[in-house]
Each structure stands twice: as C-alpha cells, then as structure tokens.
Design a protein around this ligand. Structure first.
Ligand code: PXL
Length: 285
C-alpha cells in the first residue's frame, strides 16, 4: 500500500461532543468538531440544544428531548466506539440525567463501582460570552452530583468556579482552593482556566495561566495574554483539543499541553465575523 492509500484508509480515533449547536458556527459543537478535525480526530456529536445565535449573542434555544440526547450517545458508541467524550452546553437537569445514564451504559467516564471508563471531559458551560444562560439554575446541582464524579477532567472558567463552589479566584492560592473543592465533588482532575482573571480582578495580566491539578500534583500552563476581541468558542475549543489528545491516547498532562498550544494559536488567528465577537480559528499544530 502506498503512503497516500494508507493515509486514506487509516481510521482516526473518535471523539464525541455532547453539546449545543451555534447557528453562527462559532461556539458549541460547531467549534468542537472543528477542533477535533484539526487535531486529527473524527468528531461525533450528541446535540443537546439548538441555539438561535449570531456574533452578537444568543437570542433563544430549543432543548432536544433527553431521550434523543441519550439515544445519540448510545447509537454512536454502540457502532463506532468512542475514544474520548466531552460535554458543553447541557441546558437542563433532565438532559444531564439522560447524559449520565447513557454514558454509564456505554462506559464513558468514571463510575464508583467500576472505575475509569473512556476519558470524559466536562466543560461546565453555564452562560454564553455575552451572559445569556445556557444552563438552568436548578441544573447546577446535577453538574455537582452527577457529572463531576464521572469526570476525568473538569475545565471551568472563573465564573463557572464561582457558580459551582462559591470561590472567587483572584490568585494561585484561591485557584488551588477551587481545585480542591472541585476534587471534593468527585472530579479526578481540574483545570482552572485563568483567562478571565483580568476581567474579574481588574489587574492587568501579561500571561494567561491555567493550573491543572491531578494526582496530588499541580501543573502550570502559561501563554502570553493576547488582547483579542474575537474569542467566541475559545473555551469549547480548548476542552475539545484536550479531548482529542485523550482520544489519541495522550496522558492528561500532555493532552492539556496540546490544548493550551492549540487554543493559543486559535486565539492568535481568530477573525472578525458579523458585528459582534468573531470566533477563534482551529488550526492544525
Ligand atoms: O462557549 C460556550 C458555549 C457553548 N455552547 C454553546 C454556546 C456557547 C456560547 O455561546 O452557544 C452552544
């Protein structure tokens, strides 16, 4: 077989995005699938909600029935197999319950009695960039009690940390306190994303520092802080690149390293689109 035929016939690993759509193509599963593809992974999807959205914001959404969300997960996993999965917008407690039921059934994520399953990245999306809620208030508890105990990795930003564990992260000590609180809820590993530190503290940051807490160790990932207005889909893209790394069999630390490099490049090459915030650009490394 020559190299080209071999490349064409080699099946890539499969990553599953359990997330909402974005009609503007910037965030959610649209961003996830682009990041998967750029990281050499086949993207499958279980759509949780359809958002009505453009670069200016989210003006509404329609939830997919929970049994249809669960059906997408089961039917994909049962046929092609899933090497890693991630969640984004989950919209409601009922959808979270359907997702964990289906994930347990197909072996995605950890289960107390069984241990580690397929790597499961939980990006605890609560709101859009412009502040529109993407998760019902009464669903936060299901994120804490149902999703986090199953998570290989949880990737909250500082706003999501405040919602989930009521800690205001302002420095490394409070970031580690937040990581400990998320471990206590059952997350195996925690990535505290520092990208919003400048906005929450008002202190100018020259770097974007993300802290990964896993197995009693803390790993620091630093990048220069790029002042770009077009960062729509940035969180989704980072979590998806990490998920792709895990699907490819990387260690968690290496997958987060890949994710950090990937998102830094994607922000650097982000582009204006529409009158509001344009998206980051998924590019192969
Ligand atoms: O970036 C968070 C996010 C996730 N999923 C969907 C979104 C957004 C932000 O707007 O629309 C569907």
């Amino acid at each position: 077989m020559d190299a080209r035929t071999q490349q064409a016939s080699t099946t890539p690993p499969v990553a599953l995005s359990i997330a909402g759509t974005d009609s503007g193509g910037g965030a959610g599963m649209t961003a996830d699938v682009r990041a998967f593809a750029a990281c050499g992974v086949h993207g499958a999807v279980a759509v949780t909600a359809v958002t009505v959205q453009n670069s200016l914001g989210v003006s509404g959404f329609h939830e997919v029935p929970p049994e249809v969300v669960a059906g997408q997960i089961r039917t994909v996993a049962g046929d092609m197999g899933v090497d890693a999965a991630k969640t984004g917008m989950l919209a409601s407690r009922e959808i979270i319950e359907a997702v964990v039921g289906a994930c347990d059934a197909v072996g995605i994520g950890r289960r107390a009695a069984v241990g580690d399953g397929v790597p499961f990245v939980v990006d605890p999306v609560a709101a859009s960039m412009s502040g529109s809620p993407l998760l019902a208030d009464d669903a936060l508890d299901a994120v804490r009690t149902e999703l986090l105990p199953r998570a290989t990795l949880v990737t909250p930003n500082l706003d999501e940390i405040a919602l989930l564990v009521d800690i205001k992260v302002v420095d490394e000590a409070s970031a580690l306190e937040a990581a400990a609180a998320l471990h206590a809820l059952g997350a195996t590993a925690v990535l505290v994303k520092g990208g919003h530190l400048e906005a929450t503290t008002g202190r100018r940051q020259s770097e974007c520092v993300d802290l990964l807490s896993v197995d009693g160790e803390v790993h620091e990932f630093r990048s220069p802080r790029l002042d770009r207005p077009h960062t729509h889909g940035g969180g989704d893209t980072l979590a998806s690149a990490i998920t792709a790394g895990l699907a490819r069999g990387m260690s968690l630390v290496d997958a987060v390293g890949l994710g950090k490099e990937f998102i830094t490049r994607a922000v650097e090459h982000s582009y204006p689109l529409g009158a509001g915030h344009g998206p980051v650009r998924a590019m192969p490394l």
